[in-house]
Write a protein that binds this ligand. Sequence first.
Ligand code: PLP
Length: 388
Amino acid sequence: MSATSTDRSAVESPYELDIYPKRGIQIVRGKDAKVWDHEGREYLDAAGAYGVANVGHANEEVARAVGEQARKLVSCPGAFSSDVRSKLLQKLVAIAPKSLTRAFLCNSGTEALEAAIKFARYTTGREEFVCAMRAFHGRTLGALSATYEPKYKQEFAPLVPGFTHVPFNDCSRLEEAVTERTAGVILEIVQGEGGIHVGDGEYFATARRVCRERGAMLIVDEVQTGFCRTGRMFASMHFDLEPDMMCVAKGIAGGLPMGATLVSDAVAAPTGLHGSTFGGNPLCCAAASAAIDFMKRHRLDERARERGDLLVSLIEPKKLSRVREVRHLGLMIGVELREKVTPILRALQQRGVLALPAGKTVLRLLPPLVITEGEIRYLADQIAEELR
Ligand code: PLP
């Protein structure tokens, strides 16, 4: 019997807290852009494990690095230096926008944002933050305060005070909102959860100038856009943007849990007042090092650009009556529908394609960047058949 949507007990643990709305399948294996369920059914993973699997599922080079490191040393807290951590930090700074010279390593995107919020307060001695409407920055209380969508926040009030939200891509509203009390401006380059909205160059140039003029830190959240997803190593690079801090996670370590807050020389961080037990552990550092090498050697930035353009050319709204608009940067794609997205996600899953929502009406595609041209055409065909 197929486990899709009908047989919950076959695929879900009765011991798991009911946090995630479930898809009704149990995934047991992955390779490159594909995953398989417990009954052997194959899926093309256009959700990319929530934008994590940039180098593909079960990447051989990451697996080898993890295996070797697991036999050598898994734990090494931050107070002790580590050869693999040093190597990774050097690689990370080398591929980042030039303004960023050092990094704090943690375990997730939300933690990277928490660190940025604390470092901005510590550096500036100020309390307030300006963020964008539709922004998503994570689920811990600081990052959640920077997040816009009230649905994620209202059940957990009170949040951290001092966060205001102004319309994304609106230069004058941003300029008005940043004052001498602002510790930081926090922005995504492409809003992901908020519906795949690409920021423009003038907006980011304004943010950079206003932060500099008023002594605030410019913090970019590249948790979803980083590591070649948008067609450059980091999306800030499309706009020659040199932030004071950059938060990354998701694709950094080939699927292992890691986040990082990269900072410029303008940022001060207090010794002994922030940290993370698992942050920068050798296992995740080895995975991240291998993943970054893989991205560079296989030019995943170029691939994301080419494959993203190809996919978007194949699912033009002109050809599909139920599509209002397609927005994208590289392989970060949002298909704005004229209807709710949840039934479409279910229908695509029945067709063997996993995808994501971004809000109520946007179908979000974040496939592994190693997706082949054939798989892109297959994905486009499935979407077209569903949305024609
Ligand atoms: N920031 C952005 C832009 C994200 O898309 C996400 C997660 O989707 C986060 C932060 C939070 O990352 P994590 O789920 O690793 O805490």
